[in-house]
Design a protein around this ligand. Structure first.
Ligand code: XMP
Length: 593
């Protein structure tokens, strides 16, 4: 869609760009992320430009550099952290290595009382810093606004040009008045107002233009995104120009298919075909162990089923059918975290065959500009029931990425020097550390309470930080000391999927009963191929709190909930051990594969 007077966030790396864009949108202005190198010519129509933070030093030869001509456009600019360094350098100031590096909460003092009072921000406040370099000389025309103990130039501005720069991160919640500071910048920009309500009104026109007189065939998983996209397409184009396909992969949750059907019936939507392809999927995954290989095969299998069904239904591309997908914003732009995230895991809606169709103009993605919380708001605007809109996200490959497969036990070599009882586990899982994907062991902690105390939570961060061998830390909630692990080689089978489906249903029921459903973002339940008996398995509870899944915190569940979940899980045939995953993201990912 065209967004003329919007605020552009130039992405200099890391995860900050998404956070900034979301905060700006919460101020009622559309914000989009663009590559750091975007030319000034392309930025001409923007109402404001925000230069994001990033992990590098501005003097690093490989560090991202923007187009300095953007400072001549007469548009307000806000530089944050690395963005402030690059802005300083580009405008003739000096950046040098700070004497003291500042990480975390830091007190700053706003010197310019006019700046502070007018905006309702106190002169002394705590902000979140994360930097090594600092500005040693301001560019001409700038005046200093804020200082901290270690950083003389924590904030400065060029009032006439409406250039602002802060060393700290106003976009993170640890910065007091951070939202207000961003809102103040937004007020300086001549931006068009934007809201999900107005977006809903306009997206219809956009979709009509994009689809033209063609028709859309779309995979619907029952998850929030594809459901909202499907309902939206139905509303805009009419049922006779849309066909939905729900594929039962054999790796869906318990009663999922029945529930989906019921929900769509209640919405009066009749153009959804339900296809049971469970045998086909499970067969394709025979003897597949490697996580990325599983994702590719699942992605391919979706496409084959879709092709077969579209042929059966005579929905041909040459007759004007195109493919609809529920892809959302964080998955679409190819910068920063997304570039990074793509390398960490291949998402099923970005496999090469789909990419090729996209290039040829055969794919429509109605939600490609929205964040998850905005998709939910759009769902509510469309009148979808609350329960459907607020469902936890469920990955396309379903339980397939939660059944950990391994051909043989793999053992960690690192030994940990910690005082608490622990045991490395004979499997590996995916994580995200530094800038890339990690594939490392998990270690389990044990205590008499079978419950994580403060020390265990501290270890969940310190172990992956210090060890080359571990990226996950679990609490064993079924045993007080490490049992002997009996490993059973395993790939995805119908019976393993069935055990996990039951385990997932138990965790779900207990979470709902405890009133935790709305406060938890997502609660994967994972099956590991070892237990205490031949053929036995372990179950991992992985509740997380998050906003957009780019970072996440493992949830500290109440003890009674852990106890009752564990008890019920152990009563399942074949389940020998239960763990709770204490790892945040980073260093873990939400899913294990
Ligand atoms: P990770 O594991 O990367 O997951 O921390 C972040 C979010 O993405 C979901 N996820 C997927 N969703 N197809 C999807 O539609 C996929 O292949 C996929 N892999 C992960 C995951 O459930 C979490 O919400």
């Amino acid at each position: 869609m065209e967004h003329n007077k919007s605020i552009v966030v130039l992405d200099f790396g890391g995860q900050y760009a998404h956070l900034i864009a979301r905060r700006v949108r919460q101020c009622g202005v559309y914000s989009e992320i663009k590559d750091a190198e975007t030319s000034a010519e392309e930025l001409k129509g923007a109402a404001g430009i925000i230069l994001s933070g990033g992990p590098q030093s501005v003097y690093d030869p490989k560090s991202p550099q923007g187009d300095p001509a953007l400072f001549d456009l007469g548009i307000p600019v806000l530089g944050i952290c690395y963005g402030l360094h690059w802005m300083t350098k580009a405008l003739g100031g000096e950046v040098s290595e700070g004497k003291t590096k500042e990480y975390g909460k830091t007190k700053i003092h706003i010197e310019d009382s006019e700046w502070s009072e007018a905006d309702g921000i106190p002169q002394d406040l705590t902000v979140w810093m994360s930097h090594g370099d600092e500005v040693s000389k301001l560019p001409d025309g700038f005046t200093r606004v804020a200082t901290s103990d270690a950083c003389a130039n924590a904030g400065f501005t060029h009032k006439e040009k409406k250039f602002f720069a802060v060393q700290f991160h106003p976009e993170v919640t640890h910065t007091e008045y951070g939202e207000q500071m961003l809102a103040n910048f937004v007020k300086q920009c001549d931006a068009d107002p934007w809201s999900i309500k107005s977006y809903t009104e306009h997206i219809g026109e956009y979709l009509k233009k994009e689809v033209g007189d063609r028709k859309v065939f779309m995979l619907v998983s029952g998850g929030v995104d594809s459901t909202v996209a499907f309902v939206l397409l139905n509303k805009v184009l009419g049922e006779d120009r849309v066909q939905g396909l729900y594929v039962d992969t054999g790796m869906m949750r318990k009663d999922e298919t029945v529930q989906i059907k019921k929900a769509f019936d209640a919405l009066g939507i009749n153009n959804l075909r339900i296809e049971d392809a469970s045998e086909y999927f499970i067969k394709k995954l025979t003897e597949v162990y490697e996580p990325e290989a599983k994702r590719w095969i699942i992605g391919d299998a979706f496409l084959s089923v879709q092709k077969r069904v579209s042929e059966e239904m005579n929905l041909k591309m040459e007759d004007g059918w195109m493919l609809g997908q529920g892809t959302i914003y964080p998955d679409t732009i190819e910068t920063g975290e997304t570039k990074n995230a793509d390398k960490i895991k291949t998402h099923h809606n970005r496999i090469p065959e789909i990419q090729k169709m996209m290039e040829e103009g055969f794919v429509v993605e109605p939600l490609r500009e929205l964040y998850k919380d905005e998709v939910r708001a759009l769902g509510e605007e469309l009148g979808l029931p609350h329960d459907l809109v607020w469902r936890h996200p469920f990955p396309g490959p379903g339980l397939g990425v939660r059944i950990l497969c391994a051909k043989e036990a793999e053992h960690a070599t690192d030994t940990l020097d910690i005082s608490i009882a622990h045991a490395p586990l004979p499997i590996k899982s995916v994580g995200v550390q530094g800038d890339g994907r990690s594939y490392r062991h998990a270690v389990a902690l044990f205590n008499d309470q079978k419950f994580a105390n403060a020390e265990c939570w501290d270890l969940s961060t310190s172990i992956p930080n210090a060890s080359e061998d571990f990226n996950r830390v679990l609490m064993c909630t079924s045993h007080t000391s490490a049992p002997e692990f009996v490993f059973s080689p395993g790939y995805i089978t119908a019976s393993r999927a069935e055990i996990l489906r039951d385990a997932d249903a138990i965790a779900h029921e207990e979470m709902v009963k405890a009133g935790l459903y709305e406060s938890i973002w997502q609660f994967p339940v994972v099956l590991l191929p070892f237990g205490t008996t031949e053929g036995g398995v372990s179950i991992v509870l992985r509740p997380v709190e998050s906003q957009e899944a780019m970072t996440a915190n493992a949830v500290d569940l109440p003890k009674e909930v852990v106890v009752s979940m564990t008890k019920r899980l152990l009563s399942l045939d074949g389940v020998d051990i239960v763990f709770q995953d204490l790892t945040h993201k980073p260093p873990g990912t939400i899913e294990w594969e």
